[in-house]
Design a binder for this molecule. Structure first.
Ligand SMILES: Nc1ncnc2c1ncn2[C@@H]1O[C@H](COP(=O)(O)OP(=O)(O)OP(=O)(O)O)[C@@H](O)[C@H]1O
Length: 428
């Protein structure tokens, strides 16, 4: 039986936020990772993917639960881990060789052995001849090779990679993925498992044996999908595209929060995807032009949008019930079709109806403005309320989006200079 290398048991994580103590960002995560597995972790932006990697690495302690490595609970830094970061995290004043050798800093090895290991890894990652170069002399792809080399030189059992390819251009990223996969599948590295955070579903299906999908607020495992395909995988293969579709559809499913007690429900504010009305308009028109059902995966590809930029748009049109998503396909609803084909003025009417019906906080804002004798209210008042529910930055962003939607729907107007909201028909 294949050995379990990493075991996450009932991991939860809470953080103090500026205006709210002990916010739960992760709950009851249970994951086992076995020897020989390459596992991808996917999830919406801010769901907790990086935090989960850091918990596995022992860099961040969980608030609850345990991380076992080789059956033993880790205390502090996980000794089996090597880590690769999106930003490469190289020291600019050190050469390639010195940067790679840093991975061995805490190993009880003689200098000559460190040198031998570092040179062999540099060779393996395709940087032979660049030992004396400084990071600024290297391309992005080469810098990330150094980042990978620094992790691999430690010969870690577990290689953790946090969006390792997302800072690279497409071709460089493809090249590096292939090289890394070759090292892994041909067992040229002693690494026993790889855990990779990614925003790209295609990357996950191309590289990994399993894709673990997290939800947001708080992060929970919502799906753990095996990818039973041999390497090298053909991205046109129907099995490949169907897996991509499956993960797309999981990620785009709107979370149905369990109905809590009435009072609790009233006191929550649903987070609005940060997409301006103008972008939503264009997106709805596009789906309408493309016909009945549109494959989300192909659409994102055609629009050259990264998942983290694409998902909020899909979430927003779903929230406003302009479209529904089923099995990775998006389809306009009746109001969505009407909207796409309406005149500018009628569009605003439809948008207003959808916003008032499906975004309860907008109704509350209107009610507050109507209740004030001058029908005006400082933006700061709403930010203050939102900060009870979101982090400060998110609270300000939420108000910006609500103002944008409210202005488009001609429900509210906003004096940017005075930072005051008022009812649209009370602008004078
Ligand atoms: N040190 C910290 N203190 C307070 N909150 C934190 C801290 N680190 C992370 N968070 C919060 O935890 C949540 C998850 O963050 P994390 O960076 O793990 O998400 P992510 O899925 O990796 O995001 P992204 O996809 O955007 O990289 C976010 O709401 C973030 O603001």
């Amino acid at each position: 039986m294949t050995k379990v290398l990493i075991e996450l048991k009932q991991i939860s994580k809470r953080y103090d936020q500026p205006k709210q103590a002990n916010v739960s960002i992760m709950e009851d995560i249970n994951i086992n990772i076995k020897e020989g597995e390459l596992v991808s972790i996917l999830g919406p932006s801010g769901s907790g993917k990086s935090t989960l990697l850091r918990i596995i690495a022992g860099l961040v302690p969980p608030s609850q639960g345990t991380v076992l490595y080789n059956g033993r609970e880790i205390a502090g830094t996980n000794p089996g881990v090597g880590m690769v970061f999106q930003s490469f995290a190289l020291f600019p004043w050190l050469t390639v060789l010195e940067n790679v050798k840093l991975g061995l800093e805490n190993k009880p090895l003689r200098e000559a052995d460190k040198m031998r290991k570092a040179l062999s890894v540099i060779d393996m990652i395709g940087l032979d001849g660049f030992e004396g170069a400084y990071p600024k002399e290297l391309s992005g792809g080469m810098r990330q090779r150094v980042g990978i080399g620094r992790a691999l030189v430690m010969e870690p059992d577990i290689l953790l990679m946090d969006e390792p390819f997302s800072a690279l251009d497409v071709l460089t990223a493809e090249n590096l993925k292939r090289d890394l996969l070759e090292l892994w599948t041909e067992k040229q590295i002693p690494t026993k498992c790889i855990i990779m955070v990614t925003h790209s579903i295609e990357e996950a299906v191309y590289m990994s044996d399993r894709a673990i999908v997290l939800s947001r607020d708080p992060a929970r495992v919502i799906s753990d999908i095996p990818i039973p395909m041999a390497h090298w995988r053909d991205k046109q293969d129907p099995q490949f595209t169907s897996l991509v579709d499956q993960i797309y559809s999981i990620l785009t499913q709107r979370e149905v929060k369990p109905a809590g007690p009435a009072e609790e429900k009233q006191n929550t504010i649903e987070k609005i995807p940060p997409v301006p009305a103008g972008a939503l308009t264009g997106f709805i028109e596009l789906i309408d032009d493309l016909g009945q059902q549109v494959d989300l995966y192909k659409l994102a590809d055609q629009l050259s949008l990264k998942l983290e930029d694409f998902l909020p748009i899909v979430e927003a049109v779903e929230m406003l019930q302009f479209a529904t998503v089923l099995h990775g396909d998006i389809e306009l609803t009746e109001p969505g079709r009407q909207f796409a084909n309406a005149s500018v003025l009628f569009r605003k009417e439809i948008f207003k109806d959808q916003v008032l019906e499906h975004v309860p906080i907008m109704e509350k804002i209107i009610w507050i403005l109507q209740s004030k004798s001058n029908n005006k209210m400082e933006g700061a008042f709403f930010v203050e309320i939102f900060e009870k529910h979101f982090e400060a930055e998110e609270a300000a962003l939420q108000l910006d989006i609500l103002i944008d939607w409210g202005r488009y729907a001609e429900l509210i107007a906003y004096d940017k200079k005075a930072k005051v909201l008022y009812l649209e028909n009370d602008s004078d």
